[in-house]
Design a protein around this ligand. Structure first.
Ligand SMILES: [Zn+2]
Ligand SMILES: [Zn+2]
Length: 376
């Protein structure tokens, strides 16, 4: 079967690998027919990161946990890339009861069992059954397991009754193309906090976490936030934020300053710039007791955090890998019920066969699609 593989910066190819088969009675085989590009995937595609990251790990300029996720040689191709998809079920092991062949499902980016201590606590991306090291996931290379990337003809899904979450009938799969990762990641940055502070004010610092920031802004509006300010330098993203009902504020490109912001305080701040300056500004913009959720990557081992300010203002900083599986039922139900237009964030829908070129494009959110089986 064919799998999209990252060969090196700006270079992707279809490569052959053996078809996955059912290895146990709890496995499923699924066929992705929609795949989207995670914000994080653009890093090794658009920049020569492998060598600088290897050096950074050796010199202690990058936190050692990065090696646990991506290996000591991060992002060295070829490896199967992609970890957001909507798929149809094509085969089931004998003990799988929750899915039927033909079901349309979301596959979470991290592989989890649903039954270990971590999974029961909702920390499915830290599942101790599936993870030998830091992660067990699709699309991050061999250090994160044998699962391959999601832009592939077929995927083997272990613990299928736990892993696969059915897309509600009538919900357009293109709308939930990013539910495997970025859309769910955005949900957790705003929705639980707005449940605690209904009608609260939300700040989103957009940038590196391109689609996560936009989904977060849109979800905050849809969840009834009183104010949603979206701050960014890029026109394409500012326009999408406005379409989703947020108030867009253009800032100069470069290091973010508190004086660049609209001058309000916020109950929730979403940091999507992946910078220490973004963390600092987001925390300093909070109301007393406010929440900052960092959705970016902060690679150095000593990213500065204004702890004394946090003490004085009773701020909470939440940083952590995204546990998608427990979020999916509520997210999918909300999108179906409220008609939430997540597809507004998609800036390019490309044909599946064109993945090697399309996946390199500099666009906010890329989605690939092909016909479903039998729908061709
Ligand atoms: Zn991701
Ligand atoms: Zn587990």
């Amino acid at each position: 079967m064919r799998e999209l593989q990252l060969i090196g910066p700006h270079r992707l190819e279809w490569r052959e690998r053996p078809d996955p088969t059912l290895r146990g009675p709890r496995d499923a085989i699924v066929r992705p027919f929609i795949a989207s590009r995670c914000d994080g995937d653009t890093l090794p595609i658009h920049r020569h990161v492998s060598r600088p990251m290897q050096a950074g790990l050796r010199l202690g300029l990058i936190d050692p946990i990065v090696a646990g996720i991506c290996g000591n040689v991060p992002f060295r191709g070829p490896f199967g890339i992609g970890h957001e998809c909507v798929a149809e079920v094509v085969a089931l092991g004998g003990e799988v009861t929750g899915s039927a062949v033909g079901d349309i499902v979301i596959v979470p980016w991290a592989v989890s069992c649903g039954d270990c201590v971590e999974c029961r606590r909702g920390l499915t991306a830290k599942c101790s059954t599936t993870s030998a090291g830091v992660l067990s996931a699709f699309g991050f290379g061999p250090a994160s397991g044998p699962w391959g990337g999601m832009v592939a003809d077929l995927l083997r899904i272990p613990f299928a009754d736990h892993m696969l979450v059915k897309v509600p009938d009538g919900l357009d799969p293109l709308r939930v193309a990013a539910a495997s990762d970025n859309l769910s990641d955005a949900w957790r940055t705003v929705v639980p906090m707005l449940e605690q502070r209904p009608g609260g004010s939300v700040l989103v610092l957009g940038g590196a976490a391109q689609s996560i920031g936009l989904y977060a802004a849109g979800l905050a509006v849809a969840q009834g936030a009183g104010v949603v300010d979206y701050v960014d330098h890029r026109t394409e993203r500012l326009e999408i934020a406005e379409k989703l009902g947020a108030t867009a504020h253009r800032v100069p490109k470069g290091k973010l300053r508190l004086s660049d912001l609209p001058g309000r305080s916020y109950d929730v701040a979403v940091e999507g710039t992946s910078t220490a300056a973004g963390i600092d500004v987001a925390i300093r913009s909070l109301t007393p007791g406010g929440h900052c959720n960092a959705a970016g990557y902060y690679l150095p081992p000593g990213t500065k955090v204004p702890i004394m300010h946090m003490y004085g203002n009773d701020a909470t900083l939440r940083v952590g890998i995204s546990h998608v599986r427990p979020i999916l039922p509520a997210l999918l139900d909300f999108i179906a019920r409220e008609d939430f237009p997540a597809e507004v964030v998609t800036t390019r829908v490309a044909d599946w066969d064109d993945a090697p070129d399309a996946y390199r494009e500099r666009t906010t959110k890329l989605v690939l699609r092909r016909p479903r089986l039998g729908a061709a």
